[in-house]
Design a protein around this ligand. Structure first.
Ligand code: SF4
Length: 362
């Protein structure tokens, strides 16, 4: 028997592989989680027919937490007083990159606050030095907000900034999208970029032949309509550019932020977001299960409801840890979790090419 509120026409559309409209995606929030999960897994098989689940060995290097944006949802920036202010030197950064290389890691994500004194030159030197010393490392680094910040500080166009950083050795830029809804952004991160500016950076990356990704931080007081609004911006960007390698949703962790009174999103809400994203974003191949914020067990379940990547092992992560989250993992554990979900664990590079298949726990 079909569950209550079940829309057979929409079900047929999803199982037939057709694109769904935003209003239809909204309706999916009221679906039974098991039905929704099955539909999402079927769409995952259309987008990615293999049963492989990838991960990468990477390291986030948060080079400074001094930030003039002071977003209400952030526990990391120095003015949130959770961590003392700091700035890493190029030597400090290179030491961390060296540790990653020695551990067999391949990707570095340089991320920092919007430091009032950093200009294009600061970032250029940082990137150039890392690439000169470690040419084998892939720099999936900075963010659209940092790119706009640099362009303002240096009085240069976004295109000029992207071009220069690419020439210095920047390989790709994470989408760091937060929630692409201006009503929410004005409330919680008014000094950060607008939705239009985010799109402008993505188009500029596209024109410079660079790839990106998209994320989603939900559970910050938005409505379900606004969650779909966010997904619609991402689907549209991907239709126009094709530069998004992956989509990574995670729930907002309110502890230690100015939004501490917000009730954290539940596990079911997370699984629904993953499943709806998989069905709605019919033009993105990889959807990552967010083990860092959701925990390893929930991320494992997400692999059966639309997700097909576990992201990075993350040798170092400070931003989420500032909210009190302590989840850690390693390659052995991720391999075990992926296998236990009935999938084939694979190590991959930043371009999602498989570099190792794990037939046995390793
Ligand atoms: S989220 Fe980023 S831009 Fe906002 S305060 Fe934190 S470090 Fe700064």
């Amino acid at each position: 028997m079909l569950p209550k509120n079940f829309n057979l026409q929409l079900r047929n559309k999803i199982f037939g592989g057709s694109r769904i409209a935003p209003e239809e995606a909204l309706e999916l929030f009221s679906w039974d989680i098991i039905e929704l999960g099955k539909a999402a897994d079927m769409r995952r098989k259309i987008a990615f027919p293999k049963e492989e689940v990838g991960f990468i060995i990477d390291r986030i290097v948060n080079f400074t937490n001094i930030c003039e944006a002071a977003c209400a949802f952030c526990a990391f920036h120095a003015r949130a007083n959770q961590i003392y202010s700091y700035e890493l030197t190029i030597e400090d950064i290179c030491r961390k990159v060296e540790e990653l290389v020695q551990a067999g890691g391949t990707q570095v994500m340089l991320q920092g606050g919007l430091h009032p004194d950093y200009t294009l030159d600061t970032y250029k030197k940082m990137i150039k030095e890392i690439k000169t010393r470690f040419p084998e490392v892939y720099l999936h680094s900075l963010s659209p907000s940092e790119i706009v910040h640099i362009s303002r500080k240096s009085a240069l166009s976004i295109n000029n900034v992207v071009k220069t950083l690419k020439e210095a050795g920047l390989d790709s830029v994470p989408g760091a999208s937060d929630l692409l809804v201006d009503r929410i952004r004005k409330k919680i991160s008014p000094k950060k970029i607008s939705v239009d500016e985010w799109c402008e950076v993505l188009y500029t990356l596209y024109h410079n032949n660079m790839k990106s990704s998209a994320t989603m931080t939900y559970g910050m007081g938005e409505t379900d309509e606004e969650k779909i609004e966010h997904l619609a911006v991402i689907r549209d960007i991907q239709d126009r550019t094709g530069i998004l390698r992956a989509f990574i949703p995670w729930s907002f962790s309110p502890a230690n932020t100015r939004l501490e009174n917000i009730q954290p999103a539940t596990g079911i809400e997370y699984l629904k977001v993953v499943a709806i994203a998989r069905i709605f974003l019919d033009n993105i191949t990889y959807i990552q299960a967010g083990w860092l914020t959701e925990g390893l067990k929930l991320a494992q379940i997400a692999l059966t409801m639309g997700a097909n990547d576990m992201g990075g092992v993350l040798m170092e992560e400070v931003v989420v840890k500032a909210t009190g989250i302590k989840t850690k993992t390693n390659r052995r554990e991720l391999v075990g979790i992926i296998k236990n979900a009935g999938k084939i664990p694979v190590q991959r590079d930043s371009e999602y090419r498989v570099t190792r298949i794990f037939h046995d726990n390793a």
